[in-house]
Write a protein that binds this ligand. Sequence first.
Ligand code: HEM
Length: 527
Amino acid sequence: MSVYGYQLLITIALIFVTMTLIQLWFQRRYSYWHRRKIPYLKPTPLLGNLKSLLLLRTSFGDYFRRLYQEPNFQSASYFGFFILQTPALLIREPQSIEQLLTKQFTSFPNRYEAADLHSDPMGALTLPLAKYAIWRKSRREISKLFTSGHIKSVMYPKLITYAELLEEYITRKIKQDASEHNVGVAAIIEVKEMCALYTTDVTAALLYSIDVAGLRNDGCEMRTQCEDLFHPSLRKIIDFFAIFFLPRWVRKLKSKVFTRKYADYLRRLVEERLKGTERKPDGGDLIDLLLSMQQHLSDSEPCSAWLRHPDFIAAQVGIFLLAGFETSSSLIALILYELAKQPEIQRKLKAEIAASFRDPPNGGVSYKQLLHMPYMHMVVAEGLRLYPTAPFINRECLPNGDQQTLWFDKGKKYLSIPRIVPAYISILGLHSDPKFWPNPQLYDPQRFSQEKPHTIKPMTYLPFGAGPHGCIGSRLGMLQVKLGLLYILKRHRVELCEKTTKEIRFDPKRFMLEANGGLCLTFVQDK
Ligand code: HEM
């Protein structure tokens, strides 16, 4: 045989050996759950079980709901699946969910998704992504802003101002429409954008003491910056996937949570805000609070250098803006859609709203009154069930030893979660399970009627997550959604129109649940 013949033979042999080794490696990886005798979803080579998500065929919420609804695991309390080659768990059973989120918090102290502190400090310092020591101190401080006393006395009066502006926005659109088409009492409005302007205004005013005037001017820089951040590009999609599903790659890929443009905007916003305003006598806002924390931080505090990092405040400003505006605005829009579909429910809600404005006569609705509007509460609670805008959550197992056992029954061993394996919960899956919610696709506020307080099984309704990592802004979120609906429906009603989508599909490019495309409704002025 010639030299070339030998070389060819060796090359073929090397390719064969390499392919065999790769195949064996994959076999070993994908037998992870089999070896542990844990039921699992069969993976596709290379992609694991992530194919539909990687091809942007489905939204994140739908993806995890489909996992939850996998026909083979309907009676399973949990099962394994693969994020590419990484083993992960879906926890389905409410008691185990409780263990994961609350009872065994010390073994599951972090979310799985992560940014890298060294290459992306601004992303890694944000409250949801910060790891335990930094998260604990930040959460403790920021919680002071969300006490019921602060919300009632400082935030509520400002919220009313912006809810009134929301009502004015609708009146203005109707007037504009009247002059253009001579109709006079109605206008078609794209509600997603309208609600996003409202919640952006609210977040800027309440947390940063800035009036961005988005509702008054039909837009503002803050809104444009957020939209830009979500505008998809290949780089952003890769970063996003790395942060959420492959956090151990973020350093190598230099993935960042915020784009450079958004990060610069946040730095500028904090700088200008600190230059321009004096400290507020009412206890200030998020920026004041964090600045004061940095000034009083002792060197003995774990991670104090990171907590004093120049981007620490901008990081929280950036994430609270996204967490605060997107979830609530999407929810208001989706509830309005359901109310337009079911006029009887809308009529009942409007009757309750009218009664609350009559008592006291000519007065506004007080904080206490708003909290005690039973039908409003039912409408919003059911909206959160059908559309939990943050549709899935996770925790990473970090016990002291190698394995963490979740206990199901007293003394009965249930499931050992290996270290570093992410455990996911599909909130949308739980909320759509007919075992817990009969006829789950029907929007029916009666499910939350006060006459049936004990019918909801614990841990089957988790719109704000649960445990120490649960939503820090849940009270504010509920309040801005309720006040938004109150002022939208005070003098107007919503109806379906020819432009309204027939069926809500969730946007596959958004992490939160959001209707795909525009969501148009007709707003009709009451006689
Ligand atoms: C209807 C509105 C909202 C919904 C449905 C919602 C939902 C959620 C959910 C499901 C989580 C994850 C909880 C977990 O992992 O257990 C979360 C976390 C969080 N939310 Fe909200 N949220 C809303 C409004 C808000 C608002 C108004 C703010 C702030 C102004 C906010 C700030 C946050 C933050 C910072 C976290 C991370 C907390 C931590 O890790 O300690 N959210 N939210």
